[in-house]
Write a protein that binds this ligand. Structure first.
Ligand code: ADP
Ligand code: MG
Length: 679
């Protein structure tokens, strides 16, 4: 960087802190947002109440103390039309950044305070005191990630100065005909559009090209990982013998849903094939994943193999053991339960039965993957709530068999686009349909003035023998106060309903204590459970028919949906009542209008953006910088299809034409190095 005109030792250091070391890095240091200065208002025309963007020269500035001790930084801007005062409450430090004579771009809402005043939500120094305003007005300004000693203004100037020399050095690895077919610009052109767009729309065209490249590299990696996982030591080719699976079908107290049948067909096809199964079964709580998993387990068992189901908590493991026990009773099979808390003697006996093969189906927690646990012949591993286990934990259980098939379960539906990004190395089955015969969940939004009526409703339901959840949010920055709110709520309800049993669970409780309270709720000893968001995922209390959520506006939509999934599990109708703190928001209305987890996941993705969602999961080295979902779903699907074609013809990307593609994928995703290792 030092050799670049305009960059000396000190600036090179500052650039290094931004990860910009070579001139190529400068080209790839992309704007994180844009300011549209093409539609600025003259200062005199900025009206009270309007959102505006204005450009003007600073003619006066200073810090104004207020009576309440708040210091306001204030600056007066002038342009040909007149002047406008800008005020930044509590930001006195800006006095060091903003100087008289500078040209500023400011954006924000105009309010009335002794005259018109703009409280900028953002600003940009367009030109310093000694500079004349660059002929930039009337165009879109890129804003770059900046650091101390390297302002975004300086970065913009340097990029602008060197862009024309850097662009011709860009190597485009995407074959020309393909690029045309996709309707994407050449790479150099895309970079130009991103750094120096004429319009916001043009910057977006450029970004989509970069996004495609990124998604393509990612899919190359995922498709390759999928192929390897299947091939690595070939798996077991189970045979459909139909003794146990058919018996289960005959004994089931209900008809399988279409989605369940489809998932079972997909799983059966996987398991009977000689490659290992590596499949993710996704479906909202209550869509009936357990029975689908059971069919898979019985297919293993009727082939004289064992199957193991691992759940993240003892409560869930017990629940599974009970459900499976009920379904298996007519077949004369008893699932073997293995939990950490079991007495030593019972544990020893269970392990012996697993080791000798007397136990054919194991259900348990982390206890299953302990070293002391051995199976006679483990052919299938099912992992419930798979994202709650680390890669090593899953591997530890899988390692107890000789290349067993693997079925992962997830109760967190995600949009297909995101699933292909996060879990593109797995085959996927989805359960969207809910089994019939269960009550509906109605979601209603109520205002503060209805609180009494809501509480009366909760009381009436509980007196009629049902149970209720009251959920309060915990936000980290004020966790203590939030906890107090939950505690106060529990106390208030206890005082109000002395003859009902009210209990409280929250994240600060020890795991055993939390478990104890949840059990009492499950067993019906507790009628009203006041909770923060720690209510166990997947807990099945069919008798709980009411959930009141305080401050739902503070939750993500997917999280709200997860919470709501705790009710509506019995035959009766259930009610989810939202009590928002303020005005009812459109997002909450959209949430109340649907029960489809996949639809809500889509809304959530739009609302929060992908980075957040990926970050919240174990992303396995997947970092996506340019692509946006769901907006780029079309590109993603094309990238996936293309990656499949390219790898089918050249699995290791060794052909001369494919080598640049391979090199780029490896440079972008370090994890790909393993996958494309030759030999
Ligand atoms: P999930 O694990 O997907 O949350 P479960 O497997 O626990 O869901 O199933 C939820 C409930 O639905 C269970 O009580 C189960 O017996 C019942 N169930 C599953 N499939 C059907 C079906 N096809 N028809 C009716 N009830 C079903
Ligand atoms: Mg389940």
């Amino acid at each position: 960087m030092k050799f670049l005109k305009g960059v000396g030792e000190r600036r090179a250091d500052a650039f290094a802190r931004l990860g910009v070391v070579t001139t190529q890095d400068l080209l790839w240091h992309l704007p994180h947002r844009y300011l549209d200065a093409s539609s600025v208002s003259p200062l005199a025309q900025a009206r009270v109440g309007e959102e505006v963007a204005c450009i003007g020269k600073v003619v006066d500035k200073g810090i104004v103390p207020t009576r309440r001790g708040l210091r306001i930084f204030r600056a007066v801007l002038r342009d040909a039309s007149g002047v406008l005062e800008c005020a930044w409450p509590g930001q006195a430090f800006l006095d060091r950044t903003i100087q008289v004579g500078q040209t500023l771009l400011v954006a924000g809402t105009v309010r009335f305070y002794h005259g018109r005043q703009l409280a900028p939500s953002e600003f940009l120094v367009l030109a310093d005191e000694d500079e004349t305003m660059a002929p930039e007005s009337g165009r879109v300004l890129p804003v770059y990630p900046a650091t101390e000693g390297m302002s975004h203004k300086l970065i913009r100037a340097l990029v602008d100065r060197h862009l024309d020399q850097l662009l011709p050095l860009v190597r485009d690895v995407l074959p020309e005909p393909l690029r045309r077919e996709l309707g994407l610009p050449p790479l150099a052109e895309a970079l130009r559009q991103v750094h120096r767009p004429a319009t916001i729309a043009e910057a977006e065209v450029g970004r989509r090209r970069l996004a495609f490249d990124e998604l393509f590299d990612l899919q190359l990696m995922l498709v390759r990982a999928r192929t390897l996982a299947k091939r690595q030591r070939s798996g077991i080719a189970f045979e459909v013998r139909r003794d146990l699976t058919t018996a289960l079908k005959a004994a089931l107290p209900y008809q399988l849903t279409g989605d369940q049948k489809q998932a079972i067909r997909e799983i059966t096809a996987d398991m009977t094939a000689p490659e290992r199964m590596h499949r993710l079964l996704m479906g909202d709580v209550g869509t009936g994943k357990t029975v689908v998993a059971l069919f898979a387990m019985l297919l293993a068992v009727e082939n004289d193999f064992q199957a193991a189901l691992m759940a993240p908590t003892e409560l869930l493991a017990e629940q599974h053991a009970r459900t499976l026990g009920g379904l298996l009773a007519p077949l004369g099979i008893v699932p073997e339960l293995l939990l950490g808390k079991m007495p030593a003697a019972a544990k020893k006996a269970a392990k012996a039965r697993l080791g000798q093969g007397g136990a054919r189906i194991a259900v348990g927690t982390h206890a299953l993957m302990q070293e002391s646990v051995a199976f006679r012949r483990l052919g299938l591993v099912v992992i419930d709530e798979q994202h709650r286990f680390g890669v090593e934990q899953r591997a530890a259980l899988i390692g107890k068999g000789s290349a067993p098939d693997v079925l992962l379960l997830s109760a967190t539906p995600i949009p297909r686009s995101l699933a292909l990004t996060l879990y593109g190395d797995l085959d996927q089955s989805m359960l969207r349909e809910r089994p019939p015969g269960r009550g509906t969940v109605r979601t209603e939004i109520r205002g503060e003035q209805h609180r009494e009526r809501v509480l009366a409703f909760v009381e009436a339901e509980c007196r009629a023998g049902r149970q209720a959840y009251v959920v309060l949010p915990i936000i980290e920055e004020s966790e203590k106060a939030d906890l107090r709110a939950a505690t106060t709520m529990a106390e208030m309800l206890t005082a109000r309903w002395p003859d009902l049993s009210v209990a409280l669970v929250h994240g600060r409780l020890k795991a055993e204590e939390r478990d104890r309270v949840m059990r009492r709720f499950r067993d019906g000893t507790v009628q009203v459970l006041v909770a923060t968001t720690v209510i166990e995922v997947g807990i099945d209390v069919p008798n709980a028919t009411v959930m009141v959520i305080e401050h739902p506006e503070r939750f993500g939509l997917a999280q709200l949906h997860q919470l709501r999934g705790r009710i509506g599990r019995g035959a009766g109708d259930s009610h989810c009542i939202l009590l928002p703190g303020g005005r009812t928001l459109d997002r909450l209305k959209a949430f109340a209008a649907t029960n489809d987890g996949f639809a809500i996941a889509e809304l959530d993705l739009r609302e929060r953006g992908m980075g957040d969602l990926i970050g919240a999961r174990q992303s396995g080295g997947i970092e996506v910088r340019h692509a946006r979902l769901p907006e780029d779903t079309d590109l993603l699907l094309r990238a996936r299809e293309l990656a499949g074609q390219v790898l089918a013809a050249d699995p290791m990307l060794q052909r001369t034409a494919n080598q640049p593609i391979r090199a780029r994928a490896l440079a972008r995703f370090p994890r790909a190095t393993e996958l494309f290792r030759v030999g």
